[in-house]
Design a protein around this ligand. Structure first.
Ligand code: GH3
Ligand code: MG
Ligand code: MG
Length: 659
């Protein structure tokens, strides 16, 4: 039974419990009930027998009364009337007044064939076997020539039917004289067969499907009387119907059992199904929505408790899995973060810091450092946890010196215990001198620019080849990002600076001036601009060539740059015209600077290798915010006007309204 499902087992056990009483009940129905039926049947047939015999005896008595009536009436009336009254009143089927020799003086009705002469008819009360007629005769007195009066009734099929009616529905009656059938409700053949099979029997006899009661001829009932009926038992045809009932009962019980077994086993079937589903999910590594599966379980009972236990297991499983997923997610996030940062940031230092921190966290290092500056002396650009780990921050490292310097010089990474033997692990005093190190060169534009180094693992396990691979990957990505930053910086620089002089270009000047005007407007601070234009510059180009003109422009830029402050914006406005934006500067301050610029240009001739020195001068126009202009455009126009004035006044000078 161990291989069977719970449902089947329940079915079998419950079946046994139900079937035992059912079988007992069935046996009762099959074996006892028919007997009860038989007994009832026997009693009924017996009663029928009694009823039939008493009917015959009553008939016999009635015939006696009829004969007596004929005798009496024959004395008082005519014999003709006497016999006619007996038959006409229904008391007899035949009546006669007989002479002493037995011949009929007067008769009415007919005797059936085989009844013999009327004088020879036996009295039914004598109990002697009679032919097909019941008869009684009495003496007649006082009537001339008459001796006896007779009343008789034909014993035929009609009479048998009457008897059968008395016996009850479904009953047949057969009357015998000796072994001859006198009258019967059955066919002549059936009657003879029945008579044959019952010969010599008395009382109740069971014959196949019939019951018969046989009673001997007696006084008043001079026939062997057989009363018979089909044995229908309690429910008709006993055994078959009992079997049908049994089968129907078994079918109902079976259905009931199947339902009960199913109801009892369903929670376990559900649990099994849920367990299988969860197992499938776990096998697929998908632990989401497990609750939804477990909720399929019934809310109460043992199965529910099993389900709860099961839920705890899945919850625990899911917790472990989600922790795992979380740590994977953390790693993925930090890698994504570095990816985002690397792509988006153009701040070199922040970028290097992120790379370093990602390396430290990912490889679970105690500390880390990034040095750059190759091929010159290396300097720290990012560090993490050095002080906490009790490590010296590297200083004064030159490529080729110590562990870090060698990585930069050779372009080869290093992994191992510092100072453990090999030359590449031999430190200088100004870098960490003990513990484990994992370092890899940082490259940009194909050249080694620095080194990324990690010191010691949190769990004190030495760095392995996998760690090395991971660090190289990070360093490679960092290198690409640094390239990006440098390219971006170069592009930005190119787009806002002038290629010839390296000064800010017109575009940057516009942005810068707008910003300064806004700031001065908001804080009501002074602001001034100077516009510069070289004097007779066309002649320089014409006389010495365009290249010499370019050199002069660069020299001018240099000389003016020397005169201005860090916060001032010095831009090439276009051609040989320049603009200086002077925040926090009044008309007086601007005028002083204009003077200094003119002087710085004029004072020394412009020299160039293998060329004649050139005397160059510049004219300057100034304007102040907000007196000469409250917007960028009006301020610049005012400065241009002032420049025009300076040119008009003879060049090599400055002009500024109000100064
Ligand atoms: P002035 O300003 O004193 O009135 O006389 P100018 O000769 O300087 O006249 P202007 O300002 O109109 O001359 C502009 C000249 O500057 C024209 C051009 O030959 C020269 N120039 C402009 N841009 C450049 C440049 O980028 N390189 C060189 N070499 N020359 C330039
Ligand atoms: Mg000009
Ligand atoms: Mg000019």
């Amino acid at each position: 039974m161990s291989g069977l499902s719970l449902r089947t087992r329940l079915f079998v056990v419950l079946g046994a419990l139900f079937l035992v009483p059912l079988i007992v009940g069935g046996l009762v129905v099959v074996f006892v009930v028919p007997h009860i039926g038989d007994d009832l049947m026997d009693a009924r047939i017996r009663d029928s027998g009694v009823a039939v015999r008493s009917e015959i005896r009553d008939e016999c008595r009635l015939l006696g009364l009829a004969a007596r009536a004929v005798a009496l009436e024959s004395g008082a009336d005519t014999t003709t009337n006497a016999v006619a009254n007996a038959v006409g009143g229904g008391y007899a089927t035949y009546a006669a007044v007989l002479g002493p020799d037995g011949t009929a003086l007067m008769q009415f009705g007919r005797l059936p064939a085989g009844a013999g002469p009327p004088g020879a008819l036996p009295n039914c009360t004598s109990g002697q076997g009679s032919g097909p007629v019941l008869a009684q005769s009495v003496p007649v007195t006082g009537v001339t020539g008459a001796a006896r009066a007779v009343a008789a009734r034909s014993v035929d099929r009609a009479y048998a039917n009457r008897l059968a009616d008395r016996a009850g529905a479904g009953t047949d009656v057969v009357l015998l004289r000796g072994s001859d059938v006198v009258a019967s409700t059955l066919s002549p053949q059936d009657s003879r067969d029945l008579a044959t099979s019952l010969r010599g029997k008395t009382d109740l006899v069971h014959l196949g499907g019939r019951v018969a009661q046989v009673s001997k001829a007696s006084s008043g009932a001079p026939y062997v009387v057989i009363v018979t009926a089909a044995n229908t038992g309690l429910f008709g045809n006993g055994t078959l119907s009992s079997l049908l009932i049994l089968l129907a009962g078994a079918a109902v019980a079976g259905l009931l059992l199947a339902t009960v077994a199913r109801g009892l086993s369903k929670p376990f079937a559900d649990l099994t199904e849920v367990a299988e589903r969860v197992a499938e999910r776990v096998a697929d590594g998908d632990l989401h929505d497990l609750d939804a599966i477990v909720e399929l379980l019934p809310p109460q009972g043992e199965a529910a408790r099993l389900g709860e236990a099961f839920n705890r297991v899945t919850t625990e499983l899911r917790r472990n899995m989600s922790e795992l997923e979380q740590s994977q997610e953390d790693l993925r996030e930090s890698l994504e973060r570095i990816g985002d940062t690397l792509v988006s940031t153009h701040d070199m230092e922040a970028l290097v810091q992120v790379v370093l921190e990602t390396a430290v966290v990912t490889l679970q290092a105690k500390a880390g450092v990034v040095l750059s500056g190759a091929p010159d002396e290396l300097h720290v650009v990012a560090e993490h946890g050095l002080q906490v780990a009790g490590l010296v921050a590297p200083t004064g490292i030159t490529p080729g010196a110590g562990v870090l310097g060698r990585v930069v010089a050779s372009g080869e990474g290093v992994r191992g215990s510092i100072g453990s033997g090999p030359a590449e692990l031999n430190p200088v005093t100004t870098e960490p001198g003990e513990g484990d190190i994992l370092a890899t060169p940082l490259r940009s534009m194909g050249a080694v620019i620095g080194v990324l180094a990690l010191y010691g693992r949190e769990d004190d396990r030495p760095f392995d080849a996998t760690d090395d691979g991971a660090l190289r990957t990070l360093a490679r990505q960092a290198g690409k990002a640094i390239d990006n930053v440098q390219l971006h910086q170069e592009a930005t620089r190119l787009s806002t600076t002038d290629g010839l002089t390296g000064l800010w270009n017109f575009r940057y000047l516009s942005m810068s001036l707008a910003r300064e005007i806004e700031r001065s407007t908001r804080f009501q601070r002074p602001l001034a601009v100077l516009m510069l234009d070289l004097d007779n510059f066309k002649q320089v180009n014409d006389r010495y060539g365009h290249a010499r003109g370019d050199t002069v422009l660069r020299e001018l830029a240099y000389r003016v740059q020397e005169q201005i402050r860090e916060v001032d914006t010095f831009a090439r406005y276009g051609g040989e015209e320049f603009v200086v934006v002077l925040p926090e500067t009044t008309v007086e301050g601007a005028a002083q600077l204009a003077e200094r610029i003119c002087d710085a240009v004029r004072r020394e001739p412009f020299r160039a290798d293998g060329e004649d020195p050139l005397l160059v001068t510049v004219s300057v126009g100034g304007a102040a915010f907000p007196d000469h202009g409250a917007s960028a455009a009006t301020l610049m126009r005012a400065a241009d006007k002032a420049l025009y004035v300076a040119k008009g006044e003879g060049r090599d000078r400055w002009h500024m309204p109000g100064a």
